[in-house]
Design a protein around this ligand. Structure first.
Ligand code: PMP
Length: 412
């Protein structure tokens, strides 16, 4: 059977060139950068330094501003808790986040509220998933210590105007630390810390065909955070533990390639995405696109269909060889924790999707291995799948009395 993977927001294959760059660091170049007095260690230290320089260059930062972590989740935790703990005695215990942040932001924020007496306010987004500036202005307080707003959303693809949001915050108080989670954006849109003017920024190589198990936190010169993992003083004491050098080398290679190929990739992906979006909208009724029409990641198409449940769509697509996503991979873990209750994505709630007629969305996130034929196949099979789900929904049958849905044309 044909296999079409369109869940690149949750997993990307490692680029062969990245894999080749990593391989020697598993085998012959296995040294420990901390043992740099001996040649093997020195070779490793050089690779570590070079990789840090490449990642820094990708972000428009200096090498010493980059701290490697084990994941974007860890980098986000370091940004959030590291800033909070650094300032815990300064009577500044107010934090602001957007309403559509990833769990790796909202979970540590919840801990800070529950266990450390911080107050967190969430700034709403509009129906396109864009942070409301006026609401942000109103939320700022004298004791605000940190703001965290993502650059783009992994589910609905909306891209925030971070530069402008930073300006609003810094005009209010230049000492407020601004963190930006750019984990969903690497290699898809430009991520430049100077352009964005942020204090802290999380980057992951996953979306740029780099390895898993590595990410970084950019920490602007002069900004300090308290380390969460203490030990042998690697990463300037901010993240102890022997460095995952193969992954760090792979991260750097992915940055190097992305810098050269990003524009071409974005052009290719957005062309395929637009074709898919067009095909689905034209051939199926009651489709609602989520996220901003234009300010969105080039590979993202997310939507929901009235009376067609997201997980059922996902399963039926999977049965026909198409692997997409319903919400983020992390929000699907919520279901298990909540003992089989279907949990609506907080992102859908935040953008005001009506929960009575929306039972989950679908995200197609495209990658460089996708082809025109893949897109045509998805456009061809979707109407039939939706029709089957609709036939099982009494609410739908009620709604369409006397109405001939567009898709029946395709489905004959
Ligand atoms: N932030 C965002 C916006 C993400 O999309 C993700 C991954 N889905 C993360 C953080 C966490 O990344 P990881 O699971 O690789 O740590």
């Amino acid at each position: 059977m044909r296999e079409i993977f369109v869940d690149y927001a949750n997993a990307c294959p490692v680029d062969e060139r990245v894999f080749s760059a990593m391989k020697p660091y598993f085998t012959e170049k296995f040294g420990n950068p901390s043992s740099h007095i001996i040649s093997k260690g020195n070779e490793a230290l050089k690779a570590l330094d070079e990789s840090r320089k490449t990642v820094a260059n990708f972000l428009g930062a200096e090498s010493f501003e980059i701290v490697f972590t084990g994941s974007a989740t860890e980098a986000n935790n370091l940004a959030i808790k590291g800033t909070a703990f650094k300032n815990i005695n300064k009577d500044k215990k107010h934090i602001i986040a957007s309403d559509i942040e990833h769990f790796s932001i909202t979970s540590p924020l919840r801990t800070l509220e529950l266990d450390f007496d911080f107050k967190v306010d969430y700034v709403p987004v509009d129906n396109d998933g864009i942070v409301e500036e006026s609401a942000l202005r109103k939320t700022l307080r004298e004791d605000t210590v940190l703001i965290t707003i993502q650059l783009a959303n992994n589910e609905i693809g909306s891209i925030q105007d971070i530069k402008n949001l930073v300006k609003i915050v810094k005009e209010f108080n230049e000492n407020i630390i601004f963190h930006c989670d750019a984990s969903a954006c690497g290699g898809l849109i430009d991520v430049n810390v100077k352009e964005l003017d942020v204090d802290l920024l999380t980057l992951s190589p996953i979306s740029m065909y780099g390895p898993k198990g590595i990410a970084c936190l950019y920490i602007k010169k002069g900004v300090t955070v308290k380390p969460l993992i203490e030990g042998g003083f690697q990463e300037a004491g901010l993240r102890s533990g022997t460095e995952n050098l193969p992954a760090i080398v792979g991260f750097a290679k992915a940055c190097e390639i992305s810098k050269l190929e990003m524009n071409e990739r974005a052009k290719y992906l957005s062309r395929l995405r637009d074709k898919l979006m067009d095909g689905i909208e034209k051939n199926i009724d009651f489709v609602h696109i989520t996220g901003h029409r234009t300010k969105r990641l080039p590979n993202n198409f997310s939507f929901w269909i009235e009376f067609a449940e997201g997980e059922s769509l996902l399963l039926m697509l999977n049965y026909l060889g198409v692997m997409a996503s319903s919400g983020s991979a992390c929000s699907s873990n919520l279901r298990a924790r909540d003992e089989d209750e279907l949990v609506a994505s907080p992102v859908l709630k935040a953008i005001g999707v009506p929960s009575d007629i929306c039972t989950g969305s679908l995200t197609f996130s495209l990658g460089m291995k996708n082809t025109e034929e893949d897109i045509e196949y998805i456009i061809q099979i979707m109407p039939g799948i939706v029709n089957r789900l609709w036939q099982m929904s009494p609410f739908y049958l009620d709604k369409i009395k006397g109405h001939t849905p567009k898709m029946t044309k395709v489905d004959k």
